[in-house]
Design a protein around this ligand. Sequence first.
Ligand SMILES: [Zn+2]
Length: 175
Amino acid sequence: PCFIAPQSRAGFSRWGGESVLNGHNGERMRSLVFMGPTYYQRLTHMAEDKVKLRNTGPVHPLTRQPVVDRKRFGGVKFGEMERDCLLAHGATANLHERLFTLSDVSQLHICQVCERVANVVLRPVEGGRKVHGPYCGFCKSAENILRIKVPYGAKLLYQELFSMGICLKFETEAS
Ligand SMILES: [Zn+2]
């Protein structure tokens, strides 16, 4: 019941469909199996060239956020759509880690009296000593100053606005 196709001069089936034997039991297979030269092109995209990973690495000097390029050992992009996914799942701790801890975590000192940013300065104190620490230039005081964590991008925005004569106030809650 097996169809045998006309053979070529080399003894192969003219159309490539060969009658073959089953390797398990030696019986002839009922269907023809195609055999013959086939051509394919190797894909140039290799996993080794594509793989991208980092824990910490180079950051952009201005924003202090991870650089982009794989060649420069940059970070993996976490975009708006990824952010929306984590928001939709209520995974706020994970979101906080992605966008803050693993990115441009920074700190800022806030004067709780005037709610403005206190700078870390080297200032003279009684006894002729000099102390390095947060100091509110508006209140002329080093009292009631709170240290908060902010993304460096937020700090940069504050500094850019400040340089244009716009001063931001920060409402803080002592914990
Ligand atoms: Zn103040």
